[in-house]
Design a protein around this ligand. Structure first.
Ligand SMILES: NC(=O)c1ccc[n+]([C@@H]2O[C@H](COP(=O)([O-])OP(=O)(O)OC[C@H]3O[C@@H](n4cnc5c(N)ncnc54)[C@H](OP(=O)(O)O)[C@@H]3O)[C@@H](O)[C@H]2O)c1
Length: 345
């Protein structure tokens, strides 16, 4: 039987971006795709269900003079990002038709993945599949690796999380509570601050946009200082945190979203505190910790099923709305994990 050819809506990356990304940096087109893996290819043919909007994607929109940890998007081709997909055809021994997977796919309805080795097969489908863009996917692993492997938390530690209501932050706060820590989060709106306290059970939360003096705000919530700062934003917040850290504090440096759209990154002025207070500040990339994924699932799945950990998603419907959803995360429009539904099955 001849392989079926269907139309394939795609979000195309138009050109490299300088400054803040705009919807017009991407365009929706329709092409055609045959729903079969070619005979000379060892890959998989995917139907994409959920696409993940992640801050690092801005780094891929820049043309870099020096190599960095991710490659730039190629103008004229679909945006690439994490997603949850269903296998429609396979010539790879690890995947069969009907499997659900998560990994790096195209922003399009169907994708041919010629090297699927880095895809994770989804074994647990008794939880929402969309969770594999968030708590059960890359952001979840980021929270887990950064908090436990780099933060080295102990019961009673004072923990501060920035961008705390987002995909990573909401989980870091809940993991810290489960560890017996005192946890404070900051976020950019009243609604998000409420969410941190009521839904995620942070001990305290504040709106950093309403604080004229970040140092004073941190002193208010951490009169004795901070043991662990889970860094998501960088810039002025990092400077204020450095002067409020305790002796032997730890700073897992997860991200610095406040810097991603700047042409000139801001300076950090209070680094001398690293010496005076013997602080360990360490950057990390989640991909270096994916070997811990089975261990992470063992910890987190029961917590989800028993309702000990909850997860908030911000769901954009339809691939047409993917560009707007992606640029929204750089101005804090998302409440919780931003994802896009392409199809539900
Ligand atoms: N190292 C790794 O492997 C790794 C992996 C995943 C994520 N990350 C990093 O982790 C951080 C959080 O990612 P996420 O997926 O959880 O994103 P997210 O928090 O779901 O979304 C981004 C949030 O950042 C905040 N934000 C945007 N611009 C800001 C600015 N100029 N200053 C301060 N806050 C700003 C906004 O929340 P507000 O309303 O609160 O401002 C926005 O909602 C990012 O820095 C990301 O790059 C790193």
């Amino acid at each position: 039987m001849a392989a079926q050819e269907v139309s394939n809506k795609q979000v195309i990356f138009k050109n490299y971006v300088v400054g803040s990304p705009k919807e017009s940096d991407m365009e929706l087109t329709t092409s055609k795709i045959t729903l079969k893996v070619p005979e000379d290819c060892n890959g998989i043919l995917l139907k994409n269900l959920y696409l993940s909007c992640d801050p690092y994607m801005r780094i891929r929109m820049t043309k870099h003079d020096r190599p960095t940890y991710v490659q730039s998007f190629i103008p004229g081709t679909p945006i690439m990002g994490y997603g949850v997909s269903k296998v429609l055809d396979s010539r790879h021994p690890n995947f069969k038709v009907g499997d659900f997977v998560w990994g790096m796919t195209g922003w399009e309805e169907y994708s041919l993945i010629s090297s699927p080795q880095l895809f994770f097969k989804i074994e647990h489908t008794d939880v929402p599949l969309s969770y594999y863009t968030g708590i059960l996917g890359m952001p979840g692993m980021t929270a887990y690796a950064g908090f436990y492997e780099i933060g080295s938390p102990k019961k009673g530690d004072c923990v501060y999380v920035s961008a705390a209501s987002g995909a990573v932050g909401q989980l870091v706060g809940q993991l810290a509570k489960l560890t017996g820590c005192y946890v404070v989060g900051s976020a950019g709106s009243k609604e998000k601050v409420e969410l941190l306290k009521s839904r995620f059970r942070f001990d305290e939360a504040f709106n950093y946009k309403e604080e004229a003096d970040l140092d004073a705000a941190l002193k208010r919530y951490f009169p004795e200082g901070i043991d662990i700062y889970f860094e998501n934003v960088g810039g002025k917040m990092l400077d204020a945190v450095l002067i409020n850290m305790k002796l032997h504090g730890r700073i897992p440096v997860c991200g610095m979203i406040s810097q991603y759209n700047l042409q000139q990154p801001e300076g950090v002025h209070n680094l001398v505190n690293l010496i005076i207070k013997r602080i360990r500040m360490e950057g990390f990339i989640v991909a270096d910790y994916y070997h811990l994924y089975p261990k992470y699932l063992e910890l987190i799945l029961p917590h989800i099923k028993e309702g000990k950990v909850s997860y908030v998603e911000d769901v954009a419907e339809g691939i047409e709305n993917a560009p707007s959803a992606l640029i929204g995360i750089y101005s804090g429009r998302n409440v919780g994990k931003q994802l896009v539904v392409v199809a539900r099955d």
